[in-house]
Write a protein that binds this ligand. Structure first.
Ligand code: TYD
Length: 204
């Protein structure tokens, strides 16, 4: 496997991506492996500017405008990702699957359009592995409610259910490229599963 893999974390809001990314960060530091962590929307300087526009509390853009803004933020990131992939491991907090899950499965925007915009932007860039963090129905609503402090307040429970279903569809199509992490399990168990996989990615 790649010496400089591209590892992505996906999952609905509140699924615990940040916790596990921090664990990977500690692991990579310990192993003296060079890495960069970027989030989407955001990452590069320009992309962070776009993030502020998209996620701003006062934003009431329509869904199509949101889609183009997510893509614009990705477009500003892609060179940074490519540049770093030649010398570092790249860890992404959300990437192309977020757009498919949220904008298509959550908001019904056209899948073909999303797929072609993603392939146009990625130009063949390959994701080494994706960790999909899932949560069960009861926890899903509890955790989302805890997080509902921004513009996503207005999104319904059904929306998040559909987003998670969409993510699972994507993962089940390519199980060798995904780890589905059930975050209802003990956190420390999942930490071990994820680190074991990351270790395998670097030592194959
Ligand atoms: P953020 O606060 O970073 O959420 P989290 O910490 O859970 O990742 O907000 C990112 C939001 O943007 C999140 O609700 C998902 C959404 N999003 C999309 O709808 N489409 C996309 O393509 C991306 C990258 C994110």
């Amino acid at each position: 496997m790649s010496k400089f893999p591209l590892i992505v974390f996906e999952g609905i809001d509140g699924s615990g991506k940040t916790h596990h990314i921090n664990k990977i960060k500690a692991y990579l530091k310990k192993k003296k492996i060079k890495f960069i962590i970027l989030r989407e929307p955001g990452g590069s300087k320009n992309s962070e500017k776009i993030r502020k526009i998209i996620l701003g509390k006062k934003n009431n853009f329509n869904e199509t405008t949101d889609l183009f803004l997510y893509m614009a933020s990705r477009s500003e990131n892609i060179n940074l990702i490519k540049k770093n992939l030649r010398k570092k491991a790249v860890i992404l907090d959300r990437f192309v699957d977020s757009t498919i899950a949220y904008q298509h499965y959550g908001q019904n925007l056209n899948l073909k359009l999303i797929n072609s915009l993603n392939s146009f932007l990625l130009e063949g860039l390959a994701i080494t592995h994706t960790f999909l963090l899932t949560i069960n129905k009861k926890n899903l609503f509890n955790r989302i409610n805890e997080k509902r402090k921004n513009r996503y307040d207005s999104f319904s429970d059904i929306f998040y259910k559909n987003v998670q279903k969409g993510y699972l569809k994507l993962a089940r199509k390519k199980l060798n490229k995904y780890s589905i992490i059930d975050t209802n399990l003990d956190k420390s168990i999942n930490e071990k599963i994820i680190i074991k996989k990351v270790h395998k990615i670097f030592n194959k």
